[in-house]
Unconditional design. Structure first.
Length: 243
């Protein structure tokens, strides 16, 4: 078992954003995390990645407990992520942005800056941004920023990558290219994926299993077609009357 989440909850004041959620992900799986807006999907990712601390429950990566660890520690253990709204260092070049990922993810204290930049260039080339290596991140297009996020995540040499709505804001051609890029990441780097996505076609075509959240609770888990056709899942998305 690569990732294990046990009875995890997160309260913000009186609001229970994540409510007693348990899940597990095997090495090599591509797992979709779906649910209506406000279901707690991104909050759950934040808990796994360490940017939020769980109110209760436990999280394990390869049987090592990560509950309460800082994001940099969790990154070094093997979890990286992208964000729905890209968060590059805007005044650093694309190459330097990925170099930060190299230095933060690998536990190689004697790696030089030039070695990190060389390593970063390979990841930039993989996502098709080598030609923009000297461009400031703030000057990249949205699609290029999303590609940069994937390159930075890969550069940490993760076991698990959490992807948060990489398709958001992309046109159909860009979305198709993004799907192809994620598939290549899986094939060439053998990473495990936890993927938040609202485009059901993407979930149906790319994931092995789907987990559904509603009001912070896990309400279903299983093969994509089986889960998507479940009346209670249709109700969660469209309402009882339409379901």
């Amino acid at each position: 078992m690569l990732l294990r989440v046990e009875n995890v909850s997160k309260l913000f004041g009186g609001l229970k954003a994540v409510d007693d959620v348990s899940l597990s992900i095997e090495k090599g799986e591509i797992v979709g995390l779906i649910g209506p807006n406000g279901a707690g999907k991104t909050t759950l990712m934040n808990l796994i990645g360490g940017s939020h601390k769980a109110t209760s429950g436990s999280i394990f990566l390869d049987e090592v407990e990560t509950t309460g660890l800082r994001p940099n520690k969790i990154c070094r253990l093997g979890i990286s992520r992208t964000f729905q709204i890209p968060r590059p260092f805007p005044d650093l070049t694309a190459l330097a942005n990925v170099g930060v990922g190299v230095l933060c993810g690998k536990s190689r204290p004697h790696m030089s800056y030039s070695e990190a930049m060389l390593d970063a260039s390979h990841y930039l080339e993989f996502v098709g941004l080598f030609g923009k290596r000297n461009t400031l991140a703030k000057d990249l297009t949205l699609f290029e920023m999303r590609s940069l996020e994937l390159a930075r995540a890969l550069a940490t040499t993760p076991k698990l990558i959490m992807i948060d709505e990489v398709m958001a804001g992309l046109n159909p051609g860009e979305a198709s290219r993004a799907i192809g890029l994620v598939r290549r990441m899986i094939e060439e780097y053998h990473v495990t994926i936890l993927w938040i996505e609202h485009i059901m076609k993407v979930i149906m075509e790319t994931t092995d299993r789907v987990i559904v959240l509603q009001y912070g609770q896990k309400i279903a888990s299983g093969p994509p077609r089986e889960v998507i056709n479940d009346p209670k899942i249709i109700e969660a998305y469209l309402g009882e009357e339409i379901a």
